[in-house]
Design a protein around this ligand. Structure first.
Ligand code: NAD
Ligand code: UGA
Length: 427
């Protein structure tokens, strides 16, 4: 079993630390956020992530997991250091690597001979090689090990991954990193470091492309009288297309797809590779939020100024409390720009978000509203008491951007229901 240092205790760092502890390794997890470190030391994870708080508590109890303020301890006296710091969008669209660089400046004198520096943060192709130069130590190997977990499934995705990808110039160091995952039974792919770095962007951008494609198809369905549910069902039956990531929505968001699509485009531009497909993927997503606003405007009678709208769902997808780059909030901002007055309900959000006054229940946002808009696919929204909601609204109008609601029940309750890519259902 190895001694592992994890730098950054966010979604990826905390999951990495807790799951490696579960796999039997000894882990020190460092962060620069004092409040976060003290909360984590009490097993308070501050995020909605099934199973993670329990794993953290288990690691602390069994003394295989510790949280520390500042990176010194997690860099020295360990066999592996995992960098899990943020790589947000920089001013020019490229990934901003300043947090990675800051850690490296500390790491280069602090790590022991034989230590492997593992870059788990999502970084552009070529970064591991630059990092190796910056660290400048022949007794330290640099390895790329991108992370593919999804928020809301982080623990499961880490402990039962579909693949472990490890890239390095020195294969022996890559094999040592693969061995850390032995307990997961996942297939491992060992590549050069630039390839491993690119697998990460290629995967996220491909999924985003698939979603933009489906969102455009939904618009086309509305114009030609087709049903996107039937169209995607027909596509799903073809193994070559794959069954997942075919649900239309208000646009794709979250902390990674938006930044990673822009970063890959920036990498392509730097390499003088024209990538129109990626540009269109991003452009189509911006269009999707505006298109949803158009559907809402039409549904409530052609104007949004002064219209009271209740938003159902604010997080970027169901199963998480993460609001970063949420398409729901992008739609909310555009609605507010046109003068709509917004209340919102989300099972995982309690504080007001930008122009949205957050209420305690779906019933509270429906009360006296001129329309409802479903923006996140929380399953509980499909179970609401539609006749009751319709009775408390000024006009029973609902736009379902996730095609989540039971059409018959909702229309029987008197609602005018607008879905994406389906014929509009009115009683
Ligand atoms: P996050 O914002 O949730 O957490 C990052 C943590 O790093 C924060 O706690 C922050 O305080 C800490 N930090 C910042 N600078 C530091 C420093 N110099 N030293 C120590 N700690 C520092 O970020 P995240 O979502 O975990 O993402 C981290 C990386 O993983 C990004 O590159 C992201 O693209 C990638 N990634 C994220 C996900 C995801 O689902 N969130 C999935 C796969 C990959
Ligand atoms: C995504 C990837 O799925 C992970 O593999 C990756 O590790 C991670 O990004 C990352 O690099 O951070 P995540 O951001 O948690 O994970 O979210 P997803 O579940 O992929 O959803 C992304 C967006 O697509 C959400 O807004 C979601 O609502 C939307 N979506 C997804 C749809 O609109 N339709 C679908 O069919 C699926």
């Amino acid at each position: 079993m190895a001694r592992i240092g994890v730098i950054g205790a966010g979604y990826v760092g905390l999951t990495t630390a807790a799951c490696f502890a579960r796999l039997g390794h000894t882990v020190v997890c460092a962060d620069v956020d004092e409040g976060k470190v003290s909360a984590l030391s009490r097993a308070e994870i501050g995020a909605h992530e099934p199973g993670l708080a329990e794993l953290v508590a288990e690691g602390l109890r069994d003394r295989r997991l510790r949280f520390v303020l500042g990176n010194a301890e997690a860099l020295s006296d360990v066999d592996f250091v995992f960098l899990c710091v943020p790589t947000p969008t920089g001013e020019d669209g490229a990934a901003d690597l300043s947090a990675v660089h800051a850690v490296l400046l500390e790491a280069r004198d602090a790590v022991r001979p034989g230590c492997v520096l593992v870059i788990k943060s999502t970084v552009p192709a070529g970064t591991a090689e630059l990092v190796a130069q910056l660290v400048g130590r022949s007794d330290v190997q640099v390895v790329s090990n991108p992370e593919f977990l999804r928020e809301g499934h982080a623990v499961d995705d880490f402990l039962r991954p579909q693949r472990v990808v490890v890239g390095a110039e020195a294969e022996e160091a890559a094999r040592r990193v693969v061995a850390l995952y032995a307990g997961t039974g996942a297939p491992a792919l060992v590549t050069g470091s630039a390839s491993a770095e690119l697998v990460k962007y290629a995967s996220n951008c491909f999924l985003a492309m698939k979603l933009s494609y489906v969102n455009s198809l939904a618009e086309l369905c509305e114009r030609v009288g087709a049903d996107i549910g039937d169209v995607t069902e027909g596509m799903r039956l073809d193994d070559r297309i794959g069954a997942a990531f075919l649900e239309p929505g208000p646009g794709w968001g979250g902390s990674c797809f938006p930044k990673d699509t822009r970063a890959l485009l920036s990498t392509a531009e730097d390499a003088r590779v024209d990538f129109p497909l990626l540009r269109a993927t991003i452009g189509t997503n911006g269009h999707q939020a505006r298109r949803v606003v158009g559907l809402v405007r039409d549904a409530v009678g052609g104007r949004l100024d002064g219209v009271r709208l209740g938003l159902l769902g604010l997080t970027f997808k169901a199963g998480t409390d993460d609001l970063r780059d949420s398409p729901a909030l992008a739609v909310a901002s555009l609605l507010a720009e046109e003068g709509a007055r917004l209340t919102g309900y989300d099972p995982c959000v309690s504080a007001d978000c930008g122009p949205v006054r957050v209420r305690e229940s779906a019933e509270a946002v429906a009360d006296s509203a001129d329309g409802l808009v479903v923006l996140t696919e929380w399953p509980e929204f499909a179970e609401l008491d539609w006749p009751h909601l319709a009775a408390t609204m000024t006009r029973p109008v609902i736009v379902d951007t996730r095609n989540l609601l039971p059409v018959e029940k909702v229309t029987e309750a008197g609602f005018h229901l607008v879905s994406l890519g389906r014929p509009t259902a009115a009683r």
